[in-house]
Design a protein around this ligand. Structure first.
Ligand code: C5P
Length: 249
């Protein structure tokens, strides 16, 4: 999206001592592609609702980080039941999701602004609840990258061969030129807020594209292959296997 002529806004490194961290845990979707009736982020993986795994990982990074669950209103009763059964979810705040993911992030930012007035040295991790394999090491890498650059987006190399449609013809593309993007995508609050204040465009598929359009360079950090998004029915089987293996380590 950037061209050579675009102006990139300068972002000085954060003052580490006073940084505050908010997490927008994105669970506002209906998750219909995954099947099963209940939104996928509420469904159990090895007996634990999917979204609880992300809460555990962010709590492990810092017990006092504010976690705001951006939730589809239809899931409130399910969430109350989860809170009774899983004490580690205590203190997680809830705000309503939007019609699409970008709308849900906007709602989350408004919630932070109205509840905490989000002053200067604040960082926001936007994380898909549909990525339950996120772990504390990955989150720490992201926070470190964001504190130096103002932005941080996890990526992994593409392992498949790729073909690209160029003027109506599919041709091979060099996969070394591509990276697969994951979450948590982490931004200084004011950068993310500025990005989301603009009109949303169809080509915005994630928070990075929104902030890039506002003139910010996106810093990348190493994601992990296991931090995949649970989308299709088969992903549930793979996620359960990965989570079990991680628990056994
Ligand atoms: O549908 P998809 O898997 O791309 O959604 C990615 C994440 O964004 C999921 O965790 C989903 O719950 C969340 N989402 C949201 N609000 C929406 C749609 C999706 O928070 N309206």
């Amino acid at each position: 999206m950037f061209t050579e002529n675009d102006i990139v806004k300068e972002v000085p490194p954060a003052d580490g001592a006073s940084v505050r961290h908010y997490v927008l845990l994105m669970a506002g979707g209906s998750g219909l592609r995954a099947g099963g009736g209940v939104p996928k982020q509420m469904r159990p993986l090895n007996g634990v609702p999917m979204l609880v795994y992300s809460i555990r990982a962010f709590r492990k990074e810092n017990v006092s980080s504010k976690i705001i669950l951006v939730l589809n209103d239809s899931c409130l009763d399910d969430w109350k039941r989860i809170q009774m059964e899983f004490p580690e979810t205590e203190g997680v705040e809830v705000c309503s999701g939007g019609v699409d993911r970008l709308g849900s992030v906007k709602n989350g930012l408004k919630y932070i602004r109205e509840t905490y007035d989000a002053p200067g040295n604040v960082f926001v991790s936007v994380h898909d609840a549909a990525r339950p394999m996120v772990d504390v090491e990955l989150i720490r890498r992201g926070l470190e990258t964001a504190s130096r650059n103002g932005t941080a987006v996890p990526v992994v190399p593409e392992v498949n061969s790729l073909r690209e449609c160029v003027q109506g013809h599919w041709q091979s593309a060099d996969r070394a030129n591509f990276r697969v993007v994951q979450t948590p995508q982490i931004f200084r609050f004011d950068i993310l807020e500025e990005g989301y204040a603009a009109e949303m465009r169809p080509e915005f598929t994630d928070d990075a594209s929104v902030c890039e359009a506002a003139g910010y360079k996106i810093a990348l950090y190493d994601g992990s292959p296991e931090n995949f998004k649970v989308t299709e029915p088969l992903d549930f089987v793979m996620a359960e296997a990965v989570l079990k293996a991680k628990a056994d380590i």
